[in-house]
Design a protein around this ligand. Structure first.
Ligand SMILES: [Zn+2]
Ligand SMILES: [Zn+2]
Length: 276
């Protein structure tokens, strides 16, 4: 399968481009946000296909890589960029990349249409680490020329997850903080209390955006989805009973299922959440 068939490119309003990897079970989305001078590259996908080459073909502007966080499915091509920004608590994971063994496990974990994977792709190379050259901090404004992305530190899914707000385009880029699907808050590095605070923060900004561009699930979402997800997690926090127990990546989880989305939490945090 040729590289170009791995990605699906969608031009969206306000010079936003969505780059999907629809043939992998993660269905991860990366985004380009074009200013007059620079283009923000929000994450780099799973590493299959020539992501950096695709970006160069889509825009002639100077790329600035802004990592929402450093999980494997967001850093696949990060080593191919020179200007790399990430929250400092994700730097170690970004530098480390992913070993061939782990990459093999996570990339091929779920069944999907293997025939569509680019023929030259091989998880045995692992994901090379990338060296950040600047930090993303809460309150930063990334100036792309004629438009700015405002940085919000929104931990919970991971310690250094960030969300970007484009006030002029009225768009929010939410990374893995929220989307329609199973939201992961069960990793050892996840923090349900921080996740709750982050949902409260983005819900408080809902007047400032109309479109939400998440990293997984359907995109774009509407501002109302943020409020719905926020309210649902408040229910969980107030002691809603879980819908089922399970395990994922070898870790025990409890699942709070709201139909179009779910929260996956670690069992040991349940009592903490119920106590408020
Ligand atoms: Zn993630
Ligand atoms: Zn992800």
């Amino acid at each position: 399968m040729a590289d170009r068939d791995w990605f699906e490119v969608q031009r969206l309003p306000h010079a936003v481009t969505m780059i999907r990897e629809p043939h992998h079970s993660e269905d991860v989305k990366s985004y380009l946000v074009e200013g007059e001078e620079d283009v923000a590259v929000i994450d780099t996908g799973t590493g299959a296909g020539d992501f950096a080459g695709l970006v160069a073909a889509l825009t002639s502007r100077r790329p600035r890589l802004l990592q929402t966080h450093a999980h494997w499915d967001h850093i696949g091509a990060s080593c191919r960029f020179e200007d790399v920004l990430v929250h400092r608590t994700e730097a170690e994971a970004l530098r480390a990349g992913l070993t061939a063994e782990r990459y093999h496990d996570v990339f091929w974990r779920d069944p999907f249409d293997n025939a569509r994977v680019p023929s030259k792709f091989d998880t045995r190379s692992g994901i090379p680490g990338a060296e950040p050259n600047s930090w993303l901090e809460h309150g930063d404004r990334i100036d792309l020329g004629g438009r700015e992305l405002e940085v919000f530190h929104t931990p919970g899914h991971s310690p250094g997850s960030v969300t970007f707000l484009d006030r002029r385009a009225r768009a929010l880029f939410s990374g893995d903080l929220l989307y329609l699907g199973a939201m992961y808050v069960f990793f050892p590095s996840s923090d349900p209390a921080a996740f709750r605070a982050s949902l409260q923060l983005v819900a408080s900004l809902a007047d400032a955006f109309d479109a939400v561009y998440p990293s997984h699930g359907p995109s774009p979402l509407e501002a109302g989805h943020v409020l719905t997800i926020h309210d649902a997690f408040e229910d969980v926090w107030q002691g809603r009973l879980p819908d089922r127990l399970g395990s994922l990546y070898g870790l025990p989880i409890v699942v709070f299922d709201f139909g179009s989305f779910a929260f996956l939490l670690p069992p040991d945090r349940l009592s903490v959440a119920a106590e408020g």
